[in-house]
Design a protein around this ligand. Sequence first.
Ligand SMILES: Nc1ncnc2c1ncn2[C@@H]1O[C@H](COP(=O)(O)OP(=O)(O)OP(=O)(O)O)[C@@H](O)[C@H]1O
Length: 464
Amino acid sequence: MTRSTPDSAPPSPARVLIADDQPDVLEALRLLLKVQGFQLQLARSPAEILAAIEGHEFDAVLIDLNYTRDTTSGHEGLDLLGKIAALDATLPVLVMTAWGSVEGAVDAVRRGARDYIQKPWDNARLLTTLRTQIDLARAQRRTGKLEGENERLRGRAELPELVAGSKAMAPILRVLERIAPSDAAVLITGEHGTGKEVVARWLHAASRRAARPFVAVNAGALGEGVFESELFGHVKGAFTDAKTDRIGCFELADGGTLFLDEIANMPAAQQAKLLRVLQTGELHRVGSSKLRKVDVRVLAATNAPLEQLTAGGAFREDLLYRLNTVEVHLPPLRERKEDILRLAEHFLRAKSPRYGGKVVDLDASARQALLEHRWPGNVRELEHVIERALLLTGGSAIGVEDLALRGGSARGPVFEDMTLEQAERHLIAQALARCNNNVSEAAQRLGLSRSAFYRRMARYGLEP
Ligand SMILES: Nc1ncnc2c1ncn2[C@@H]1O[C@H](COP(=O)(O)OP(=O)(O)OP(=O)(O)O)[C@@H](O)[C@H]1O
C-alpha cells in the first residue's frame, strides 16, 4: 500500500499532545515519537490535557482513557472527548485502550475519537495511524477555512447535499420539505453522527432565513461560567476577563437560525435561562440591564432519548415543549443500509479533489465490507473511513484493505484474524468488563467454574 501526501509542499513538523497517567507509558511514547520528528507536549491528567489544548494548537492528541487510579470504566476519558471537541472540533483525537476493551474503544469512536490504539501497541501501526489522522486533519482544516471564507463571501447558505434515498429516510424528507419554510422549532434526534447538524443546515438553507446567519453552538458543553456569555453575550467589565463587549450566539443569529446541539447535557440552571429567552424573545447581555429583542428560529439536537430524561426530571418539560414543535428522528445508518453505498460514493466524489482529484471507485470487496459493517459511528464514521481510504489507496479502486475497518462488523468481532489464545483472552477480558469485574458472574457467563476462570485470567495476566 502506498501513502500519498495530499500536498507537495514540505510539511511542517506535527505537534502532538500525548497523555497518560502512567509515567513509563508516557516516556515510551515520548521516545518513540521524538525520534520520528514529532514536536511533543505531555499531559498526565484530563485537566492538563484541556489546559494544553486551550493554550496551543495541535495536529493530533493521543490520550489514554483511564485516569483515576482504580478506575477502568473509561468514563473520565469519554467525558474528556466531549470537552476536547468543544474546544477544537477539528482536532483529531486518538484514544489508547487496554487490549480487549474493544467496546470502550467503539464507544470512544462513537463520541468523536478518530481512531483507537490498543495497548500494548505496535509501533509501526501506531505511527501509521497517527500520521494518517494528522494528514487528514490538516487537509480538513485547510478546506474548512476556504469553505468558511467562501460562505461569508457568498452570503446565502446553499442547500447541503443530503443523501437520503433509503425507504427509512423517505418520510423524513417529506417532513423536512414541509417544515423548512416555516419558523417551527425542530428537535432533531438520533445517534451520534447520523446527520443531525446537516439536517439543521438543510432546514436553514431551505427557509426564508437562508440569507441570514446559521449559528451552531454545542449547548451541552458550555460550562457554568461561559454559558450565558456565549449565548447572550456580555458587556465590557461584566466579569474579570470581559475586556471588551461580546455579542452572543442569539444576537449573531438574529434574523437567521440558531442550532443548539447536545441539549440533553444542559444543567437545570442553564435550561431555565434558555427557556426565559425562548419565551420572551428578549435577552440581556451579561452585565447589562438593556433588553434586546432577537428574531431567531431555534433548531435543537440531541442523541439522548429526551422523553426518558423528562420523565426522570433531568430535562424541563416546558423547555422540551418549546424546542420540539416538530420532532425529526434520524435512524442509525445500520437501519438504512440502502444509503451506505450512496453515501460512500457521495463522499468519494466530494472529497477526491482534496486528494489530487483522481477518479476512485470502490471494488466489490470494499462494497461488501461497507454493507456488512455495523457503523457504530454512523455517517460520520463512514465519512472518515472513505477519506482515510482515499488517502491510503495507491490505485484507482479502493479495496477492502484500504478501508481498514475494525470491530463493529455485523458478523461480530474480528475473531477470524485472531489466534485461539487471543480470542480466549479477548472473551475473558470482555466478560469481566461486561460484568463490572465480578468474577463469579463473568465465569458463569462463559460457562466456566470460578477456578477455571481464575486460571485463565492468570494465564493472560488479567486482573479484575
Ligand atoms: N444524509 C447525509 N448526506 C450527506 N452527508 C451526511 C449525511 N448525514 C451525515 N452526513 C455527514 O456526516 C458527518 C456527520 O454528520 P453530522 O455532524 O450532521 O452528525 P450529527 O448527528 O450532528 O453528529 P453528533 O451527534 O456527533 O453531533 C458530517 O460531515 C455530515 O456532512
